[in-house]
Design a protein around this ligand. Structure first.
Ligand code: DX5
Ligand code: ZN
Length: 237
């Protein structure tokens, strides 16, 4: 395996991650109407669709895998949007190839889930996707420090991973500031958990640029309008 290329992610995805974006998480969508629900947020302007993958080990629940990424690929791609895959699974390096092949544009894995953080980030980039590292609320921001140059995105969890609909951890903005200070201006800082029109601007002020929202969008009777409300609050494109 040859390492070292810094921008293997496609240019369109790279451009999307440079902006202020709200990324609807399908975890809270109605999976029996997934295409329709994703269509509503794409029509409203969403350009990053967040897919939460859970393995029943790293976190207790089991959710979805590459099949669902593949099922969304065409619809999301035709809208000029990207698929942002958040792996809450142990040993993520073993599954990178399957998710890239399924159509993941970016893959974010947890620093707590593998002893091989740098290897995994390199592997994701070498496979042609954007690489992100996520840290749990209790994980110090220093976990990101030695891999900054390998990352397209840092994900600062604002709840403990595993479930949608949890309350935002109130002291997260101070941590987001420390994450931003470590990764610099060029790397996307994503926040995930409890994001709504109230918490998004607090995260934005602290340096976040990509705002994942699940229940605040798909728990609403009108996901398109709920997306727009968070996008407006966060100052998103
Ligand atoms: C939780 C997932 C989130 C989840 C967020 O572990 O990573 O992406 O969908 O849900 P809300 O926005 O409801 O907190
Ligand atoms: Zn997530």
């Amino acid at each position: 395996l040859e390492f070292g290329s810094a921008d293997d992610m496609n240019e369109a995805s790279s451009e999307l991650l440079r902006g202020i974006r709200v990324a609807p998480s399908i975890l809270s969508a109605d999976f029996a109407r997934l295409r329709e629900q994703v269509g509503e947020v794409l029509d409203a302007g969403a350009r990053i669709v967040h897919v939460d993958v859970m393995d029943g080990h790293f976190v207790p629940p089991i959710t979805v895998g590459p099949l669902v990424v593949a099922a969304l690929r065409e619809q999301v791609g035709q809208a000029g949007a990207m698929l942002d895959v958040h792996l809450m699974i142990e040993r993520p390096e073993r599954h990178v190839a399957d998710f890239v092949q399924a159509g993941a544009d970016s893959i974010t894995f947890h620093a707590e889930a593998t002893p091989h953080v740098a290897y995994t980030a390199n592997l994701i980039r070498e496979s042609g996707a954007g690489a992100g590292v996520a840290i749990n609320p209790a994980t110090p921001v220093g976990a990101l420090a030695e891999v900054v140059e390998l990352l397209d995105m840092a994900l600062c969890m604002t709840v403990n991973p595993g479930w949608g609909g949890q309350p935002f951890i109130g002291h997260s903005p101070q941590k987001i500031e420390r994450v931003r200070a470590i990764v610099g201006a060029e790397t996307a800082v994503e926040v995930d958990g409890g994001i709504d029109p109230d918490t998004a601007p607090r995260c934005r002020d602290a340096g976040a640029s990509v705002f994942v929202a699940g229940s605040a969008i798909f728990g609403s009777p009108d996901p398109g309008n709920a997306y727009l409300a968070i996008a407006a609050a966060a100052g998103a494109a």
